[in-house]
Design a protein around this ligand. Structure first.
Ligand SMILES: NC(=O)c1ccc[n+]([C@@H]2O[C@H](COP(=O)([O-])OP(=O)(O)OC[C@H]3O[C@@H](n4cnc5c(N)ncnc54)[C@H](O)[C@@H]3O)[C@@H](O)[C@H]2O)c1
Length: 420
């Protein structure tokens, strides 16, 4: 009995213990489940945080790209006039990324026309017209005019040709091809689409003139085998081609004989007297004068030229017209004026005369005045100050190592850079 009682007591104690142990085990299990759960949560949270920051790392540059794209879509263009369909012209400018061509592009775009610039970027640069890129009235085509071009246009300003001596002498054969084959291609295009073509000819067709000032009926004095012949004779034959197409094919042509022009966007190493003197004065280097400095030049500011080109294109004058500023100065006067405007202490250095360097160059612009109602209006000092400001900025960019697409170097193979 006693033993049975003891057994029962023992088993009831064991059951209680068992229950207690079971309870503890359950609690421990629950605690471990809870612990794991909490651990998993925090692991998950950490993981989520890491994932989020990884995503952020990838997304942020994309967001930046979208912002840039949005900015480029909402780019502010210079103000453009609205022209009705009837007045709005489709205009091709060959060499439109060059010095003169880019200013002409600005004028025609702002006047409300549709402008297509064709350029092979030999001496031009995209930066000159980049402020129009993306505009619905503007198109830029990388094309060499020596190859044919098929495009629908109403007017063609044919400017494609290197213009400064070091550039056109670098590859005389290419200069000849551009001015001959290139001009034939553009005249062919004008004929095909019934467009009017304006040729940017040059005062160089007068060569080293025996008459002074030079009027349009002067036939010129050009050395056909000299170092400048590729350009001078190239332009002379380009004029001949224009009149052959006019007479034989009825193409409407305009010929501008452009005299020395200067202004912002000129090439840093253009090699002509204005840019040479400004850069030398700004950098405190001697201003180099070839010969005695008594040879004369007359310079027009680029905005005057652009107005003259547009007036000529829209006139009914099909014979050649001089566009230039008749205000004549000796090279030495230019050197002194530029030195003073820059406020430079540079000396003036005399070097030996350059071959075939014309002694006198001054346009007779009676015809332009009479038939186009055009004459230059920008005073020399005002224009020079604008050009000086431009060159000063370019030098600053270079000094600060800021990225600027470099103008094509003035490539001189033989001989030396000399004034035009
Ligand atoms: N600037 C002057 O003082 C002056 C004087 C007389 C005549 N011109 C004439 O005016 C025009 C423009 O002169 P600029 O001073 O602006 O010269 P520039 O060198 O700045 O411009 C000429 C443009 O034509 C482009 N070009 C050259 N060959 C080409 C080709 N084969 N195909 C396509 N594009 C080509 C160049 O890349 C450049 O953009 C030239 O025809 C030049 O002969 C200029």
């Amino acid at each position: 009995m006693v033993s049975k009682g003891l057994l029962r007591l023992a088993s009831s104690v064991n059951r209680r213990r068992m229950k207690l142990l079971l309870g503890i085990a359950l609690l421990a299990y629950a605690a471990s489940v809870w612990g794991n759960f909490v651990n998993m949560r925090s692991l998950q949270e950490n993981g989520e945080l890491k994932l989020e920051s990884k995503i952020e790392e990838i997304v942020e540059p994309l967001r930046e790209k979208i912002r840039d794209l949005e900015k480029s879509f909402t780019q502010k263009y210079p103000p453009v006039k609205f022209l009705s369909e009837k007045d709005r012209k489709r205009i091709l400018i060959t060499g439109g990324a060059g010095f003169v061509g880019s200013h002409l592009t600005d004028k025609l775009m702002m006047d409300g026309h549709e402008v297509t610039v064709v350029d092979n970027f030999f001496t031009g640069r995209k930066r000159n017209v980049e402020h129009w890129i993306g505009h619905e009235n503007f198109e830029l085509i990388n094309h060499d005019v020596v190859e044919p071009l098929y495009i629908e246009v109403d007017q063609i300003y044919h400017l494609a040709s290197p213009a400064s001596p070091p550039n056109y002498m670098y590859n005389p054969i290419k200069t000849l091809k551009t001015n001959t084959i290139g001009t034939l291609n553009m005249l062919g295009l004008a004929k095909r689409v019934g467009a009017r073509l304006l040729l940017a000819s040059t005062s160089e067709v007068y060569g080293d003139p025996e008459v002074h000032p030079q009027s349009e009926d002067y036939w010129g004095h050009v050395n056909p085998i000299g170092p400048r012949a590729c350009y001078d004779e190239g332009k002379r034959v380009a004029e001949t081609m224009c009149y052959a197409y006019m007479k034989q094919e009825g193409v409407e042509v305009r010929v501008a004989r452009i005299f020395n022009t200067f202004g912002p966007r000129m090439h840093m190493n253009d090699g002509r007297v204005v840019s040479n003197f400004i850069l030398q004065a700004l950098q405190g280097e001697p201003l180099t004068v070839y010969g005695s400095g008594s040879q004369t030049r007359a310079f027009q500011f680029v905005s005057d030229l652009v107005n003259g080109l547009v007036a000529l294109m829209n006139s009914n004058v099909s014979s050649p017209v001089n566009l230039g500023n008749p205000e004549e100065h000796t090279i030495l006067e230019f050197a002194q004026l530029i030195k003073n405007l820059v406020g430079s202490g540079s000396e003036i250095q005399f070097l030996s005369e350059a071959q075939d360097d014309p002694q006198k160059r001054k346009p007779d612009i009676k015809k332009a005045k009479l038939m186009l109602g055009w004459e230059p209006v920008v005073p020399l000092e005002e224009g020079l100050n604008k050009a000086i400001h431009y060159f000063r900025k370019e030098l600053e960019y270079q000094a600060n190592n800021q990225y600027i697409p470099k103008p094509k170097p003035a490539r001189v193979k033989k001989g030396r850079t000399h004034h035009s």
